[in-house]
Ligand binder design. Structure first.
Ligand SMILES: O=C(O)c1ccc[n+]([C@@H]2O[C@H](COP(=O)([O-])O)[C@@H](O)[C@H]2O)c1
Ligand SMILES: Cc1cc2nc[nH]c2cc1C
Length: 339
């Protein structure tokens, strides 16, 4: 798969760097807010960038849930999708608070919602990746295509930043399997509690990941996505690739969304500069994936919810970075001495 990625806009970044140097503060004193403002300029192509963000939450069910790898039952996936659409999920409230639009996608939910606003993909829940490939190559290509189209639509609708999130009982298992495949990690080190497994459950999950990796024969990240992934992960892979192709900035959420972004970056390495890490989840595979992507999380709030909640929280910081960059006076405008 060949996806052409738009490089960051160097002209806008240079202008933003020069503006930062003139703003009425000791150089560097706004710390990462300065770097984020410059990144926003590169990602949006705007010298004084604005965060106009759309959040896409993709939901899917997973055959591997039958292995007892989650603390919750699979029907929660569809129930939570309906909750997001009714405005009552964590991401619904966080998105509203940070002024981001929220779109929900059914990327293979067993008992889905009839809510009119859900984006349908026609995908079915994944198969049990411990014993067979999770998805067909055709399903993966379809999910990626829908994700990329959602990114194209976001660009057309005037958004500058995309954040991808997910909902899927059992999906920390495929995310961990992909993290192991991409980084050469050990399932026993990278498996974590997800929604709240005890130590015995975590050991069972590590064993399921080990079986999946022993079965898997993938030689490309795209093949690994079919073998070890899931519908929402494939859709978010497409969303991240689409952000690169259509020139948006992309905010990664937790371990599952970051696994998808890491697959996208393996498919198209030029994507990396368009990614930022919204936060660090306590799931061990997340830190591993972020290190693999060379990303430094904006926040570390011990959030482990998924559904783009960490990315939404980070949007507030990106907005502060953009607001200070745009609204502050320069030394000259403020009449403040430099020496
Ligand atoms: O984002 C994370 O890092 C994260 C960590 C743990 C759990 N989750 C969420 O919890 C669900 C998956 O957990 P589990 O235990 O069912 O594999 C799924 O809906 C994710 O959105 C998300
Ligand atoms: C209630 C609930 C909400 C979630 N949101 C994302 N993953 C989730 C998992 C559960 C169990």
């Amino acid at each position: 798969m060949n996806v052409e990625i738009q490089p960051l806009n160097e002209v806008a970044m240079t202008a933003a760097r020069e503006r930062q140097a003139q703003l009425v503060k000791p150089p560097g004193s706004l710390g990462r807010l300065e770097a984020l403002a410059i990144w926003l300029a590169g990602a949006t192509g705007e010298e004084r960038p604005q965060v106009r963000a759309r959040i896409v939450v993709a939901a899917a069910d997973h055959g591997v849930a039958q292995e007892g790898v989650s603390a919750f039952p699979p029907e929660v996936t569809g129930q939570m999708l309906a909750t997001f659409l009714s405005g009552g999920g964590a991401v619904s409230t966080l998105a509203r608070e940070v002024g981001a639009e929220l779109i929900c996608v059914d990327a293979g939910v067993n008992a889905s919602t009839t809510h009119l606003d859900v984006v349908h993909t026609g995908l079915k829940p994944s198969a049990n990746l411990a014993v067979e490939p999770a998805l067909s190559q055709d399903d993966v290509r379809h999910a990626i295509k829908v994700g990329m189209k959602l990114a194209a639509a976001a660009r057309t609708d005037g958004f500058t930043i995309l954040a991808g999130g997910e909902m899927g009982i059992g999906n920390t298992t495929p995310a961990t399997a992909l993290a192991c495949w991409l980084t050469g990690g050990d399932p026993a080190e990278l498996a974590g509690p997800g929604t709240g497994l005890d130590a015995e459950g975590v050991a069972r999950k590590a064993e399921v990941v080990r079986r999946a990796l022993a079965r898997d024969e993938s030689d490309t990240a795209l093949a690994a996505l079919a073998s070890l992934g899931g519908g929402e992960i494939a859709l978010l892979t497409g969303l991240a690739l689409g952000a690169g192709r259509y020139g948006l900035g992309y905010v990664c959420d937790g371990v599952i969304a970051t696994a998808a972004a890491a697959v996208a970056a393996a498919i198209a390495p030029d994507l990396k500069p368009r990614l930022v890490a919204g936060h660090l989840s306590p799931e061990p595979a997340h830190a591993r994936l972020l290190a693999h992507l060379d990303l430094n999380p904006i926040l570390d709030l011990q959030m482990r919810l998924g559904e783009a909640s960490g990315a939404a929280a980070a949007l507030s910081i990106l907005k502060l970075a953009a607001a200070s960059h745009d609204g502050m006076h320069t030394f000259a405008e403020a009449g403040v001495s430099t020496q």
